[in-house]
Design a protein around this ligand. Structure first.
Ligand SMILES: [Mn+2]
Length: 448
């Protein structure tokens, strides 16, 4: 390169730098803000307006960037629909890790904002309608003692449902979409809802029955607490009298102990939709079956175990079962049943340690969004659904009194069976301890 070309280039570079410096020298913060505002024809009134707009990947993670209320601590604030995390997973029978579900679902929900919250499947934006929708944070649950954990969860849900008020009608409590946690977190939620609404219809999306009696998990060792796990909580709910006679499972395909599992399930008043029904019999069959099973104007709970979806869409869960639903099928069905009286719901079993590229958590966040959409779109709950604790106690006692004087044949049979099971359990314990004694004696003889 010639010398004069080099000089020319150097001069040009210096001029450019000069220009740039000149531009920086002219930079004025106020001008920058007001210039751009002038061009948009508006003047900022506060700092929030200037600094409050996040891109979806920015800011602290609450669900869908919703306002965070510390709902368990603050009993003054009112709200209508809320997310509540339940980070508990020590009732899991296989892969643990769902205690990290709430935070992973929150992280995966970040592309939901009130500005982009319009649900085109529902023609509705749940975040800009009548309802105050908030993120209540988590129930602090111990990972060290399941008995204590269930007390904490039960008290937590009772506090939220019995002592918090909705904005619309002080007699109707807010509604919650719980983020699990393993599936057993449904039980404390149902206990608290039962105190408000009485018996609940359960719509249960899951690969598994979850109505298994505790003895379907055979073990010599047993406590009351060991009865409750993430495959037996619906059995427990039935035996605590929390569920109605109108319940349905959807997406079933798990291996069974035997067909007797279905007979047990029948006795707990569940209809069953198998995973294959959705493509063999079609989505309309599934929708009709739900709407024919669940009475529209009675309190209904929707529980979604993400393992209802095929493992291709839910690697991040504890008990995968091949051959599950597509996310589009689940979302479609959820939209078709939006007109039911949904008093609560959950998304459970998201275990992010096994998740690939946030796929499971993103599906979980979408399900929570669909549940919120349905709750808000339907409008405030009919106050007549609320039975209330006192009347509820009276109703239950009247009912149990009449049942005590005139027990049906079925009730008698059930009682007899339960007594027989208890008797056999005792015998089993006795035989086991005798067997142990014999073994001990045998080993002593061997030693001699
Ligand atoms: Mn489950």
């Amino acid at each position: 390169m010639k010398f004069d070309t080099l000089v020319l280039l150097a001069t040009a570079c210096l001029k450019l730098a000069d220009c740039h410096r000149l531009h920086l020298n002219e930079y004025n913060e106020n001008e920058l803000i007001y210039d751009s505002m002038d061009s948009n024809d508006r003047v900022p009134t506060n700092l929030k307006e200037i600094w409050g707009d996040y891109w979806p990947f920015q800011g602290i993670n609450t669900f869908a960037h919703l306002e965070h209320h510390e709902c368990l601590i603050d009993n003054e604030k009112t709200f209508d629909v809320a997310l509540i995390g339940v980070p508990f997973d020590t009732a899991t029978s296989y892969r643990p890790g769902a205690r990290f579900g709430p935070r992973s679902i929150r992280a995966a929900s970040q592309r939901q904002t009130s500005l982009r919250g319009y649900n085109q499947r529902a023609n509705f934006n749940p975040y800009t309608s009548w309802a105050q929708v908030v993120d209540c944070g988590d129930i602090p649950v111990t990972p060290m003692d399941n008995s204590l954990a269930f007390t904490q969860m039960t008290k937590g849900f009772e506090e939220l449902l019995s002592n918090r008020k909705s904005t619309n009608n002080s007699k109707v409590p807010p509604r919650f979409v719980a983020l699990g946690g393993d599936h057993s977190v449904l039980l404390p939620h149902l206990r608290a809802l039962h105190k408000i609404y009485g018996k609940l219809n359960i719509i249960h999306f899951d690969a598994h029955l979850d109505t298994w009696a505790p003895d379907k998990y055979p073990s010599y060792w047993h406590t009351n607490q060991s009865e409750v796990n993430h495959g037996s909580m619906l059995w427990k709910a039935h035996h605590e009298g929390l569920t109605s006679h109108h319940n349905i499972h959807l997406g079933l395909r798990s291996k069974l102990s035997s067909i007797a599992d279905y007979e047990d399930d029948d006795s707990q008043h569940f209809e069953r939709i198998e995973a294959d029904d959705i493509w063999i019999k079609g989505p309309q069959y599934v929708v009709d079956k739900i709407l024919n099973t669940i009475p529209k104007d009675t309190p209904t709970y929707i529980s979604v175990d993400v393992d209802v979806l095929d493992p291709g869409f839910t690697s991040g869960t504890g008990t995968q079962e091949p051959g599950g639903w597509l996310p589009r099928e689940l979302l479609y069905i959820l939209r078709q049943i939006e007109d039911l009286s949904i008093v609560g719901g959950d998304v459970v079993e998201v275990a992010p340690a096994y998740d690939i590229a946030e796929i499971t958590a993103t599906n979980g966040a979408q399900v929570a969004y669909e549940l919120i959409t349905s709750m808000v779109k339907k409008g405030p709950l009919d106050p007549s659904l609320v039975i209330g604790t006192e009347e509820q106690v009276e109703l239950v006692s009247i009912k149990s009194k009449s049942e005590a004087t005139k027990p049906s044949n079925l009730d008698k049979l059930e009682k007899e069976l339960q007594d027989k099971i208890k008797e056999l359990d005792k015998l089993k314990d006795q035989l086991n301890s005798e067997l142990q004694q014999l073994k001990n004696m045998q080993s002593v003889f061997k030693l001699q």
